[in-house]
Design a protein around this ligand. Structure first.
Ligand SMILES: [Zn+2]
Length: 98
């Protein structure tokens, strides 16, 4: 009736790095804490969230095009050091898994 055929069980979000759509569960949620972007691994932190693949390439693209301040409606520079560490940890863990 509404014309929507996608199941609601698998919500999609757009990665702010590569701009590709992916299942929400495959992306890392990012929120603003003070003047920094922090990973929200459990998806429970309040506030506006942005989504990015847990991959360094996507994080780099997002940082280069200043996608986080735009997506998170936070003017100014956001520190992504902690976020980078988290992404590198996830990426490293994925590579180590056979
Ligand atoms: Zn991506």
């Amino acid at each position: 009736m509404s014309g929507r055929t996608h199941a609601r069980a698998c919500p999609e979000r757009t990665c702010v790095g590569c701009r590709e759509r992916a299942a929400k569960s495959d992306l890392l949620r990012i929120v603003v804490a003070g003047d920094a972007c922090v990973p929200d691994r459990r998806g429970t932190l309040p506030g506006r969230g942005a989504y990015v693949h847990p991959a360094v390439v996507c994080l780099d693209q997002a940082v280069r095009r200043r996608a986080f301040p735009r997506a998170l409606r936070s003017p100014g520079v956001l520190d992504t050091a902690e976020l980078r560490r988290a992404v590198e940890a996830v990426a490293g863990a994925a590579e180590a898994t056979p």
